[in-house]
Design a protein around this ligand. Structure first.
Ligand code: CA
Ligand code: CA
Ligand code: CA
Length: 297
């Protein structure tokens, strides 16, 4: 078993991580632009959690997409997989081809989960899921490694009485991020994981006002742990959390000038890679969503 890293090395890495460089993410040499519009499985529901988002969604654990991008002239497919839910939250569904209904390009991926409790209960928990890339052709057999991927995550805002967070893993190739100016998003991490915390409330579900950009290098699979806490006086039963994933930075209204400097995250050690594998065991198997819900995201 690998021995723990020294405190000195950890501190040095942390300092490197905090160095902000004026390098826009879009300058990545071989950026793969992702398109989540060609879902394989048909959507099987409308109005997730009684919201207007989508409005179509898919509640299954695995949703496949073909032709999300190309690599060396060959098509690349992608599979999103729910690993599980934890605590007092449950998965609601994927929103493919998001968000044409609001005049956006319609090639993004929406993700929706919610508290399982009603108005007066505090709750904490979330979902874990992955995006994995495959050689194209609809077989989903051989994984494909992409040199550079940028994911713009938006409507990252929470609600009054309900927080919104995302944990990311450096072992997936995470090498930097940029935060939207004025969105009050905070980020903290070490050589293993980085957690992003939403700031504002009631930010746009279709625009970049509450957003940040993650950059991955040499990645074949990306994991997200989306989690939230709900106070006992939140305004809705089974209050939901939604975020949009824009994989080609094509979200209307997005400007590079609206983001802070690119923050570099150092490569992980083998020790941290082992931790990622271990943490997968911490999520329980998914249980089916409840039948009824309540508006909001
Ligand atoms: Ca949100
Ligand atoms: Ca919102
Ligand atoms: Ca897009």
């Amino acid at each position: 078993m690998a021995s723990p890293r020294s405190g000195l090395a950890s501190a040095a890495l942390h300092c490197v991580a905090l160095l902000a460089l004026a390098l826009p993410s879009a300058l990545a040499q071989n950026l793969s632009l992702l398109d989540f519009s060609q879902n394989v499985q048909a959507t099987n529901g409308m109005y997730p959690n009684n919201s207007t988002l989508g409005p179509e969604f898919y509640s299954g654990a695995v949703l496949d997409f073909v032709n999300v991008t190309t690599k060396n002239g060959q098509s690349v497919d992608a599979r999103v997989t729910l690993l599980g839910s934890a605590g007092d939250y449950e998965f609601v569904g994927w929103l493919p081809h998001y968000n044409e209904a609001n005049g956006q390009p319609g090639d993004d991926l929406g993700v929706y989960y919610r508290s399982i409790y009603d108005l007066d209960d505090e709750s904490f928990g979330g979902i874990a899921w992955t995006i994995t890339f495959y050689e194209g052709g609809g077989e989903f057999a051989n994984e494909a490694t992409l040199e550079d991927v940028s994911l713009l995550i938006y409507d990252f805002d929470g609600e009054p009485g309900q927080s919104e967070h995302i944990r990311t893993y450096t072992g997936d190739g995470l090498n930097g991020y940029q935060l939207q100016n004025g969105a009050d998003i905070t980020a903290s991490g070490d050589e293993d994981t980085w957690i992003f915390n939403a700031g504002g409330h009631d930010l746009s579900e279709s625009g970049p006002q509450g957003s940040f950009i993650l950059n991955y290098h040499n990645t074949s699979s990306i994991r997200f742990d989306m989690f939230s806490s709900t106070s006992e006086n939140h305004p809705w039963n089974k209050s939901g959390i939604f975020a949009g994933i824009d994989g080609n930075l094509g979200l209307a209204g997005t400007s590079a000038a609206d983001y802070g400097a690119f923050v570099v995250i150092p490569e992980p050690s083998q020790f941290s890679l082992a931790l990622v594998a271990l943490s997968l065991a911490c999520f329980r198997r998914r249980r089916p969503p409840l039948a009824a819900g309540t508006p909001r995201s």
